[in-house]
Write a protein that binds this ligand. Structure first.
Ligand SMILES: [Zn+2]
Length: 187
């Protein structure tokens, strides 16, 4: 694993950063304020992600910008890219690690409490005569009762902090969406 910490000073990185800032400025009411806020966030958070994920800052920012589905200010912020060292987001190595921690017992729907066996994002259970259909991708997400994670080896293809229904296998380790003090997240 090599970390190219110097990449944040490289001409390629600075060119990409400036192009993102120009996009932000173009539609802003307070362009200078938004430009400096965006610059500060990207510089600090991209370095942070680079250190935690073992990709270079240029690789991380390139991946993020390529998959940006919303405006610059709606994307480059702590809601979309939270810090990875505060305990609320777990860094997994790869899809094998993901499968290990998720297990085979499914996921808890945060709305109806039933188990979604295969789908970590959407509930297909019935509450009486109505289908629950709750989606982790909806505005309220998992109500803070889900599991937030990044997968290091796929991050450059999918630069996403996933918020999924809590895997049943991990429920003993969590309370109200937070790791119980003293519990260890499975390596
Ligand atoms: Zn449900």
């Amino acid at each position: 694993m090599s970390i190219h910490s110097d990449d944040i000073d490289s001409p390629q990185f600075i060119t990409l950063l400036n192009s993102i800032i120009e996009i932000a400025r173009a539609k802003a009411f307070a362009p200078d304020e938004l430009a400096s806020k965006t610059r500060d966030f990207i510089l600090s958070r991209v370095s942070h992600y680079a250190n935690h994920l073992g990709h270079s800052p240029l690789e991380i920012l390139t991946a993020m910008e390529k998959k940006r589905p919303v405006t610059v200010p709606d994307y480059y912020n702590s809601e979309v890219f939270p810090r990875l060292d505060l305990g609320g987001v777990f860094v997994l190595r790869d899809l094998t690690h993901y499968k290990q921690i998720v297990g085979v017992n499914g996921f808890r729907c945060p709305r109806c409490g039933e188990v979604s066996l295969l789908d970590p994002y959407q509930c297909h259970e019935w509450i009486g005569k109505r289908k629950c259909s709750w989606s982790a991708r909806s505005f309220f997400g998992t109500f803070g009762k889900g599991l937030r994670l990044v997968i290091r080896d796929v991050f450059l293809l999918e630069p996403i902090v996933y918020d999924i229904f809590m895997p049943i296998a991990l429920e003993p380790l969590f309370e109200n969406g937070a790791l119980i003090p003293g519990a260890t997240f499975p390596e």
